[in-house]
Ligand binder design. Structure first.
Ligand code: DAH
Length: 347
């Protein structure tokens, strides 16, 4: 035999027509096993090479035929596989028009919304947000803030003591002393939001636990004008673009001078309304220039450094901003109350 090509073509054509007729993956696999497996009817023909006169031509003809069978077979097999996949994809497809499971989404308590807004406003002015301990010692809550033991100023805050020296902080001003201690004489520009505690009877405007944001700036040449500009910008961002700030002199042991800060009524813009009790002004926070004694006790030379501080109640700001009449509503987790708050600041 010398016409190897015709010899192999004959078998090849037979196998190709079987492939052509095959109509499933199983049939194709059967053909593959029958002809191309190690002992398959086609594969074994290779052994005849021993008897071939022209071994090279024999090998070539064998390989060509086998390659063609293989390629045709694989192509058809792949086509079947693809068809099968498409079919199952079609069957398993999801109907996206069906309604999904309806989970009720929670909404942020307005308290946290306002807390974040206050933080954003001050961060925008270059402040860093700090934290401090809620359980603290007498030293940080009072002494380093110029309120010595047995000083009558302690009566301003009805404090919850744990023992003789430990207590639940009655204001966030305690963080001032911690921050100054850490800063070791370097300039400071921070705010600190946090919980505060007082032995108050809970009513519409009082709660034994509430939250404040403390602000503290210490540097060279800091003055009352800086404080006023800062708080005015805060009021404008938080309440109304045209908000104004008014200082009334006051007393806090850790500031000198101390001021009570009012903002112009964002509801009636000064004309007088129930929100401002007819005065055109709303009391919003306490502030002042850091007392020289406070600076000294925490390692700052009051001849070189000066600073301002302020403390604002987060609930108070939220109540004003949204017209909430009862502070206790913030803590009762009543979803109907929480859902009410989507109002934007008046532009
Ligand atoms: N700590 C004061 C309070 O709770 C608020 C306050 C007033 C904070 C004046 C200050 C300040 O930093 O300078 O009533």
């Amino acid at each position: 035999m010398t016409d190897y090509k015709s010899f192999f073509d004959e078998i090849k054509n037979k196998v190709l027509s079987l492939i052509e007729e095959a109509s499933s993956i199983e049939e194709i696999t059967e053909i593959k096993n029958k002809y191309l497996s190690k002992k398959g009817e086609f594969s074994v023909l290779m052994s005849k090479i021993r008897e071939a006169e022209d071994k090279k031509a024999f090998g070539e003809a064998f390989n060509n035929a086998r390659n063609e069978i293989e390629a045709t077979l694989e192509a058809k097999l792949n086509r079947f596989k693809e068809e099968k996949l498409n079919e199952s994809l079609k069957k398993e497809s999801v109907d996206i028009t069906l309604p999904g499971n309806n989970y009720k989404k929670g909404i942020e308590n307005p308290f946290y919304k306002v807390k974040k807004e206050i933080e954003d406003i001050f961060v925008g002015m270059g402040y860093t947000v700090e934290t401090g301990p809620e359980i603290d010692s007498d030293k940080y809550v009072f002494e380093l803030l110029n309120i010595p033991k047995d000083h009558p100023a302690r009566d301003m805050q009805d404090t919850l003591y744990i023992d003789d020296t430990l207590l639940l902080r009655s204001h966030t001003s305690s963080v001032q002393a911690h921050i100054m201690e850490k800063a070791k004489g370097k300039p400071i520009k921070i705010i600190c939001p946090g919980k505060t505690f007082r032995r108050d009877d809970d009513d519409m405007t009082h709660s034994h636990q509430f939250a404040q944001i403390e602000g503290l700036v210490i540097d060279k040449n800091i003055n009352l004008g800086n404080l006023k500009a800062t708080l005015e910008l805060f009021a404008q961002k938080m309440f109304s673009k045209d908000s104004k700030v008014r200082f009334r002199s006051s007393y806090f042991p850790f500031t000198e001078p101390s001021v009570e800060v009012d903002i112009s009524c964002f509801n009636c813009h000064g004309k007088g309304c129930p929100t401002c009790k007819g005065t055109g002004w709303i009391e919003i926070l306490g502030a002042g220039m850091v007392h020289p004694n406070v600076l000294k006790m925490s390692g700052y030379d009051p001849e070189i450094y000066s600073g301002y501080a302020f403390g604002v109640g987060i609930e108070r700001v939220t109540m004003l901003r949204y017209g909430v009449d009862d502070i206790r509503k913030f803590y009762q987790s009543d979803i109907r109350f929480i859902e009410e708050f989507n109002k934007k600041v008046e532009e």
